[in-house]
Design a protein around this ligand. Structure first.
Ligand code: 0X9
Ligand code: ZN
Length: 448
């Protein structure tokens, strides 16, 4: 009896501590500022640099593409401001006569809506199931992967790639019907959640896995996809960062590794690959959104991914790494404004895949060089996949933005209402269907 009471107490304490560490965004506002003059732009640049040194990160944050300002004027930018810093922030902004309005009056309201789990979802989760009407913790995703592998062993294989920095297992799922003659089929690799806060990424990818597996033999298109192609899926790569977005800071992008030279935790894993590491669009300033880590592959999760891809490099013909939220199909090279020789083929696949995606609900996508569309950023998965693993079609897929096509990606773009998970899954499935068809046509039914 005493044991039970003690256990209960420990559980309650654990919950209390978890509650306490979760950052509350109560009263946090998101402003839209319009910068019209060079003086205002310079002022905001200085303010942004100051924020890091004064350790106000998390209280006042610039929310623009990769948290950097461009040189363009006029320019609109978002700033997130805590209730504590609001007065001082307004004083400074007004001092520069910067036009501003409140775009999100209370960020916590948005987050509460996002994390709402309906009673029916609750029931499914408590029974060990998975849903696509809510965002889920890693333990739920782990159980889902296990269930797929157990219940559909004829077409699903689950393997463990190794552990994250904090010791969580990273899983690779293989979905494919083995050929009767034992020959190797061409494969497509998909990974998601390298950026912790981009929750729609693993939600979409798990939705697509579920469709591939549960509709095999029932739906002609799905059956063909699983017969012709092996689909390798790593649904959550930055798993520590992902859990941290659930338990502590919803808007964290980075990993959770302690840094050797800084008290700031984590690095941007999408700047941590060794191809042209740190060349452009990355920094050595720990704590920033584009901190590339102290050296290439400092993040163990990245290394696990590369080992898994390299082991299957002759088989994998396309690599899709899922992010959000600018609705783009991004092609190499991303480290500089240089185009690979086979760029036309990559463009063709991108246009066909996103046309099929758009046909479902009209969600528009841009297709093109990621440097051209977003600016150079070295050390990302796509460049590594093409340069170091020799995967011809190596693509970053940026999923839905809640404000739609063309809207800038700011931190609130990662808060996509859970009602959009299934639509995102369905439309993105059309894109991967086309990818499968192109890979099958180009590389043939077998590779040996
Ligand atoms: O900057 C990134 O890492 C990606 N965008 S995000 O807003 N999800 O952070 C785009 C990466 C594109 N690929 C390369 N630059 N190589
Ligand atoms: Zn991302």
């Amino acid at each position: 009896m005493l044991k039970i009471q003690l256990c209960l107490l420990a559980l309650l304490l654990g919950l209390a501590i978890a509650e306490e560490t979760r950052k509350s965004y109560k009263g946090y506002k998101v402003y839209l500022l319009t910068l019209e003059t060079q003086a205002q732009l310079d002022f905001l640049n200085r303010m942004n640099d100051d924020l890091l040194t004064k350790d106000l990160a998390g209280e006042v944050e610039l929310w623009t593409e990769r948290n950097q300002l461009t040189k363009a004027l006029p320019q609109t930018v978002n700033m997130m401001v805590s209730p504590r810093e609001d007065k001082e922030f307004l004083r400074l902004i007004n001092g520069q006569t910067i036009q501003h309005k409140v775009e999100i009056p209370d960020l916590s309201v948005l987050l509460e809506e996002e994390s709402y789990i309906s009673p029916s979802d609750q029931r499914v989760i408590s029974e060990g199931g998975m849903t696509w009407t809510a965002y889920h913790r890693y333990s739920t995703i782990e159980r889902f992967l296990e269930t797929l592998a157990t219940n559909y062993s004829a077409i699903v294989e689950k393997s463990t790639l190794g552990k994250s920095y904090e010791g969580r297992n990273l899983y690779l799922m293989k979905i494919g019907k083995p050929r009767a003659d034992g020959k190797t089929k061409p494969a497509v690799w998909m990974d998601a959640q390298i950026h912790a806060r981009e929750w729609i990424a693993c939600a979409t990818v798990t939705y697509m896995m579920n469709k591939l597996v549960t509709e095999y033999g029932l739906n002609e298109t799905v059956t063909r996809m699983v017969d012709q192609i092996d689909w390798y899926v790593l649904p959550v790569i930055n798993v520590d960062g992902y859990e941290f977005t659930h338990t502590n800071e919803r808007l964290n992008r980075l990993t959770r590794q302690i840094n050797p030279f800084s008290s700031r935790i984590g690095a941007d894993p999408n700047r941590n690959y060794d191809h042209k590491w740190m060349l452009q669009g990355a920094t050595q300033q720990a704590g920033t959104e584009i901190y590339a880590g102290p050296f290439p592959f400092s993040e163990p999760e990245n290394l696990h991914l590369t080992e898994a891809v390299l082991q299957r490099r002759n088989q994998i013909k396309t690599l899709l790494t899922f992010h959000s939220a600018v609705q783009m199909w991004l092609l190499p090279w991303g480290y500089d404004l240089i185009y690979p020789d086979d760029y036309q083929d990559l463009m063709q696949m991108g246009v066909r895949a996103t046309d099929a995606l758009t046909a479902v609900y009209g969600t528009r996508y841009a297709v093109g060089s990621s440097t051209e569309l977003l600016g150079a950023a070295a050390g990302a998965t796509d460049d590594w996949g093409k340069a170091k693993a020799g995967v011809k079609y190596s693509v970053t897929v940026e999923l839905r933005n809640p404000r739609g096509f063309g809207a800038p990606s700011t931190a609130s773009s990662f808060i996509l209402p859970p009602e959009q998970i299934i639509p995102s899954g369905l439309e993105t499935f059309e894109a991967i269907r086309v990818v499968g068809e192109i890979v099958y046509q180009e590389f043939g039914p077998t590779l040996n």
